[in-house]
Unconditional design. Sequence first.
Length: 711
Amino acid sequence: MPCGGGDVGMNVWVEDGDVLFYLSRSGCFDENNTLLKLGRFRIHLSKPLNMASFRQQLVLSDGYCQVTDGRQWIQLWADVDKPVVHVEVSAEKEKTDVEVTYESWRTRDLVLTQRERFQTSYKFAAPKGLATRHDSIVPHDDGVTFFHRNSDTTIFDATVTQQHMDAVKERLYNPLKNLIFGGQLHGDQLVFKGKTQGRYASSDYEGWTYRSRRASQHHAFHITMATTQGSLVAWSAALRQTEQQIALKRDRKAARDWWHQFWQRSYVQATGDGNAHHPLVRNYTLFRYMLGCNSRGQWPTKFNGGLFTFDPEYVTKGEEYRLSPDYRNWGGGVHTAQNQRLVYWPMLKNGDFDLLLPQLDFYLNIYQNAEERSRLYWGHEGACLTEQIENYGLPCYPEYGTKRPEGFDPGMERNAWLEYEWDTCLEFCMMALEAHRYCGMDISRYVPMINSCLRFFDEHYQYLANLRGAKKLDGNGKLVLYPGSGGETYKGAYNATSTIAALRTVTQSLMDYEKENNNYQLSIINYQFLNRLPDITIRDGMIAPALHYERVQNTETMQLYPVFPWRMYGVGRPGLDIARNTYQNDSLAVKFRSHVGWKQDAIWAACLGLTDEAARLIQLKLKDGPHRFPAFWGPGFDWAPDHNWGGSGMIAMQEMLLQEVGDTLYLFPAWPRQWDVRFKLHASGNTTVEAELRDGKVVGVKVTPERKVVY
């Protein structure tokens, strides 16, 4: 069961009468860019829980997890304003003693297996003997301090050298050097009992056990965390400062209040009896809670498990997955943009604009490193942000390629899936522009990044054309987007549809923003760029993935990206018949159709008003996952809990309920009339939309401020 808040996540479960939880925090990247857990905690009561009356409950309205047998209660919750986890124990009548054990499997260096290397950014190209370095663990009389400290040299240095960027290394943003992260278990009434050791799942561990000084009806202890770059002295000071700010009653109330307002921002609620969509709406809500646990993070929620990964042998079968709890497939610090975007798009309609900031800031922090790539390799401006990009803005080490032919372009990845895939950053640029359109967010700090991402395409494709011949544009004065890529699927693409749709939509939105802010000079520059962009190819009454392409490498239906995320086609928009024809009759669109993982078919069906198809797919997409907690989907193509699975399902449900075209709002455009439901979602212009569908009729419509509504 997930539990968390701020930027902290716990996996909570009960075993043999003890309560256990893993503790995670965003941004805990080690030397190899693994996103490490902070440890495991075990709570033991002297009067064991009565499992016959046992109940474990996630109290969504207040954001805490509770375990009880009706006479004893254990509550776990996270502070939303500072990195602190609280554990409170209470007994109804009899006093009880409490023991809490901090358990660590990183008390020594751990050499990684071939499979285990996929938790790092080295993945399949890891050097021989690659290991996760041990933590430092310091017991005290009333608690224990634990931390991981990165050295001066990390995978960042290996990547810079591999990619021939040592000449500009000192100018590059490096979030890994001397990074220290960890925390401290503390309780005024705790005393050290002794050390223990054992094996949980497939990992040996050592434990430090603390017990209560005396039996009582009430016990409380907490775990304070800190993450800094620099000296251990500075990290310790940050830890102390947070510790000094703790006030249990005040902080508990602040956390409850935050979750209360979170659930008032938006909601989807199933009504009526016996409807098939009830579990789907519940799982939508459970997944939103998991996203809400990283509202204050400096780093985005990872698509491949977020803060809630667990022992890999319980995710998938096989001897190779008997690994430590730190494992997740596809790395911890590497950012797979095609997957990440699905986690963050639904935050707009949910009104969770604060949750969007860690993702936008991720690109803000790294785009200047990507500009350095463009200058060094090609001598032009613009941020070259690749699909699988590290948290320091350079391509992922193995996907850059360790076996590269002599003379191969040093700015290119040597990877069949990722070559020439540079346009996924534009979805995050669009999220920033949409956040401004939705709530008036001040995005001035993101605008240089957005301009830089667009400038790369303008300058780089003129640069490539100039290498091929005397002209930088085609005979119609348009850019030639070749070689390009339609996602990881349509490779060697000439004028990829997904790229054109992205460039056109972001450029137009940026121009609208610049005109609003009276920046006509930049608007004119972008207008000229917009006019240089080629048109999307329509062939046989369908949207083509590109004018031409060389091969199909993956299973992404990029020809439908003009529907979502770029919203050029859809309900209330011109060309709806063309987009529907593409969805229903394009042979590869049909072949690739699925509800698994990051697949977007449910979203496209909803955006195109295909109600029966959207209902069919959303029932597959948001049904209970295979694990005990129903919103833990996956592993799918990635890992469990699969957050891009949940995100794509959330987007689809939102589109079934509400769509927006210009000044017009479309209510229930793809929602089955027999599914009773009520919702509150957000639209542009600080608009909130509340409506209910009951017995096939739309009732209780409230739009603030008033807008044109169609249903």
